[in-house]
Design a binder for this molecule. Structure first.
Ligand code: CDP
Length: 207
């Protein structure tokens, strides 16, 4: 079993890089943020508290994202769900349920897992830990282009979400002590993928 942990803030390129690294290595990709998004969206649509439902949802993450059989792949990417996911993720009861499920998944097979706390909390024993980051303006520009939104609005929302994710009491967003920090502000996508794949090759060779 090998885990490559890729953590970092919104818009740093985690999803794109993690997916490409997983494909290159033949590992399975885990988007832990999609789980927090799915809980937050379902709480909104059902008029419940995220913590009340987090334990009992049936989440499927292999082909798109499904909650209790309903396809939410597109809906979880809406900006209001980003905000709700960040709020839900600050609740330790929600985190406990998600982390338990993530650990269960990662316990067998080879994974590239992305999120905020993979290297620090979910899989502190991960063979490779990368903290992917970039300047806030560049991250907002990328996210705005991806979703066809206004960059200034995205930057404003991102600033609030970054502050909540790094300032929360439980599992705040921070690089693990043994993570390699990769700043993608001026690093091309292919280069970022190459660097992570090279790191994995080096680590697995010596162990
Ligand atoms: O794609 P983006 O970086 O915008 O967000 P995401 O990775 O889908 O995560 C959405 C929210 O879930 C984040 O703002 C975090 O608050 C939370 N999250 C978390 O707390 N822990 C994780 N391992 C993954 C996401």
């Amino acid at each position: 079993m090998t885990v490559v942990a890729i953590d970092g803030p919104a818009g740093a390129g985690k999803s794109t890089v993690a997916r490409a690294v997983a494909t290159r290595l033949g590992f399975t990709y885990l988007d832990s943020g999609a789980m927090y998004r799915a809980v937050a969206l379902t709480a909104l649509t059902r008029g419940r508290e995220p913590a009340e439902i987090a334990d009992s949802l049936h989440l499927e993450l292999v082909h798109g994202v499904r909650v209790d059989g309903t396809d939410v792949t597109q809906a979880i990417r809406r900006p209001e769900v980003s905000e709700a996911a960040s709020e839900a993720a600050a609740d330790p009861r929600v985190r406990r349920a998600m982390v338990a499920e993530q650990r269960r998944l990662l316990s067998a097979g080879n994974w590239v897992a992305e999120g905020r706390d993979i290297g620090t909390v979910v899989a502190p024993e991960a063979e490779v830990k990368v903290f992917l980051t970039a300047d806030p303006e560049e991250r907002a520009r990328r996210r705005a282009a991806e979703l066809s939104l206004d960059p200034a609005g995205v930057l404003a929302e991102q600033t609030i979400r970054d502050a909540r994710d790094t300032g929360r009491e439980h599992s705040p967003l921070a690089p693990a002590a043994d993570a390699v920090v990769l700043d993608t502000t001026e690093l091309g996508f292919e280069e970022a993928v190459d660097r992570v794949v090279t790191l994995v090759a080096q680590r697995l060779k010596v162990s």
